[in-house]
Design a protein. Structure first.
Length: 596
């Protein structure tokens, strides 16, 4: 008996650019290092490295091809030494220059909607729905699989991983670019397998156990069965939000506190940009953008390109307001000869409350900033708090966050592709040892972190939030009460204004209740706090976009809130000392707070 089994699939296709070229080996780097200080002959290098002459000759030949090594003559002997370019490369500590050949290739693959398996399109038989109907009309028995309860992840991140696995052929290739204009996604097709006497034909060798079992189950159904309903059996579509901590040096000067300090920081970062700047600001303001145009224009004249993203999505009115602001800023860009063609203003919201900046520099690699400042709408008058990240692995995590924010259109989004390849390249950089550790905090990892902090605090536990709302108790006060249960732990929750249904009288009641439980609920005076942070003891500080006392992270949208956890000697003490200079309210005792 012959049966056709039709499994629904997603088909993705695009044109990709592949960088093809052999990377440098450990032997190449060892040979170059050995001849930096003094010339050596082939025989000397082979003897000292205990390697065959042919291996040394091949390595020297390749190093000479890329101008890293040159020949030197001494009497009748021939030796090799590092060229001036090779010496500078070794002295800088950077990786050896890589010059791959770029080739273009059309790639198409299908993703099984029932199990998440994926295959190159050339390995499977694909039919649209109307072709299946014709097969039925021709007398074939067709059994269609219907999937419920989930689906494979179709995010840019997931499809980029699939694309790389299918496209890359060996260690000497890597995906470099994707032509977003050629990227397509079809959801109306089926992977069709013919089962003859219980044996499936056309099933790829790489098919997983779940797909093989599904085909066997569908083939074993009684004759005349037209549909089999199954539950999705693949990996769930849930990005990992567990923070990854990186050991790295961290200087207190990279913690930015204050309004004017943020403006100075932004201008300084734009002045150091080499080729690329990406800014994500929750809100937009054309007048504030106009104030920054001189700094942006100067960068554009140097050849820097900008992408300006925004995430306002509280309600339809807010989204419309900031879409209009984006249109106004785009008009300013079009009317300026220096900005036109180099500044791209995105018209669609990302829906994220995160505040991020990412840029490259000529000498210090990539730099990122994360915190509370709306770079494209802030008047720089409130007290903001942000952290500048210089460790390349930390910057790679920011690049992944941007990829997830803008990659909702799949492989057709060019910025998401750029961020994916950037993160891959940055993670290959050698790690930097240091006295600190930094971890990016996204989504509900904020909730886990503040609970862990309240349990770990020994001397103090301080939460800063711009707003105090209806979620203040579960979001911040309960964690403060947990910390205050231990003797000697001074606990403060600090905010600027109430929001939502919460009024000042409710805040006073909360302050009285919190005071009874050992928590100081303090309100900022004339100077507003817009920064959002959690600091405990002397060495731990979280700087973020999340209003701990008025909002919670959306588990279905992890990059809706983004922050950084810095663990470094004295960093929390440094931050709190600076804040106490600005806000005397932070030093007061519980009794005055209860009377507010």
């Amino acid at each position: 008996m012959s049966v056709l089994i039709a499994v629904p699939v997603f088909r993705v296709s695009c044109r990709v650019g592949i960088d093809r070229g052999r990377s440098w080996s450990v032997i190449d780097e060892l040979v170059l290092w050995a001849i930096v200080r003094e010339p050596r002959s082939i025989a000397t290098l082979a003897r000292e490295a205990d390697l065959p002459h042919q291996v040394i000759i091949a390595s020297i030949a390749r190093l000479m091809r890329f101008r890293l090594v040159e020949v030197t003559l001494s009497g009748d002997s021939v030796a090799f030494r590092a060229s001036e370019y090779g010496f500078r490369t070794v002295a800088s500590g950077e990786t050896l220059p890589f010059f791959p050949k770029r080739v273009s290739r059309r790639v198409s693959f299908v993703i099984d909607a029932a199990t998440g398996d994926f295959f190159p399109t050339r390995e499977v038989r694909i039919m649209p729905g109307h072709r299946l109907d014709r097969e039925r009309q021709a007398g074939y028995e067709v059994r269609t699989v219907h999937v419920e309860g989930g689906a494979p992840s179709m995010s840019h991140e997931a499809n980029m991983g699939r694309l790389s696995e299918i496209t890359v052929r060996g260690w000497d290739e890597q995906v470099a670019t994707i032509d977003g204009k050629t990227a397509t996604l079809r959801e109306d097709e089926f992977l069709v397998l013919r089962v003859i006497d219980g044996t499936p034909k056309g099933l790829p060798e790489s098919a997983g156990v779940n797909l093989r079992d599904l085909v066997a189950q569908a083939a074993a159904l009684p004759q005349g069965t037209k549909q089999l309903t199954v539950t999705y059996a693949g990996e769930p579509d849930a990005p990992d939000t567990a923070p990854t901590s990186h050991a790295c040096p961290f200087e207190p000067s990279d913690l930015v506190i204050g309004g004017s300090a943020h403006r100075q920081c932004l201008v300084s970062l734009l002045a150091s940009a080499h080729r690329r700047v990406i800014i994500h600001s929750t809100f937009l303001d054309p007048e504030r953008f106009r104030d920054l145009m001189d700094a942006i224009r100067t960068a554009c004249v140097r050849g820097v390109t900008f992408d300006l993203l925004w995430g306002a999505e509280l309600d339809d009115e807010t989204e419309r307001k900031h879409a209009a602001a984006a249109t106004a800023i785009a008009r300013l860009v079009r009317e300026d000869e220096a900005l036109k063609g180099r500044v791209r203003v995105h018209m669609r919201t990302t829906g994220s409350h995160a505040k991020l900046i990412l840029l490259d520099t000529a000498h210090d690699g990539w730099i990122a900033g994360v915190g509370s400042c709306n770079w494209l709408s802030s008047p720089f008058e409130a007290v903001e708090m942000s952290v500048v990240l210089r460790d390349q692995r930390c910057v790679a995590d920011i690049a992944v966050a941007v990829q997830r924010l803008v990659g909702r259109r799949g492989l057709s989004d060019d910025i998401a592709t750029e961020m994916s390849t950037l993160a891959r390249d940055l993670r290959r950089m050698p790690p930097m040892d240091g006295n600190g550790r930094i971890a990016l905090v996204v989504g509900d990892a904020h909730d886990r972190l503040i609970r862990a902090a309240s349990s770990a605090a020994v001397t103090r536990f301080v939460v800063g939030s711009h707003r105090l709302g209806s979620t203040a108790r579960p979001g911040a006060l309960m964690q403060g009460e947990k910390a205050a249960q231990r003797p000697g732990v001074r606990t403060v929750v600090f905010y600027t204004r109430t929001t939502g249904p919460l009024k000042n009288r409710h805040a006073r009641a909360l302050a009285e209740e919190a005071g009874l439980n050992g928590v100081i609920l303090a309100k900022a005076g004339k100077i507003p706090l817009h920064g959002k942070f959690v600091a405990w003891d002397d060495d731990n500080l979280v700087v973020t976009s999340l209003n701990w006392a008025s909002a919670s992270a959306d588990p279905d949208f992890p990059c809706g809130e983004v922050g950084a956890h810095i663990c470094a000697p004295g960093i929390a003490a440094h931050a709190l000392t600076r804040l106490e200079e600005i806000f005397p309210e932070l030093t007061q005792d519980a009794e005055p707070v209860a009377r507010q």
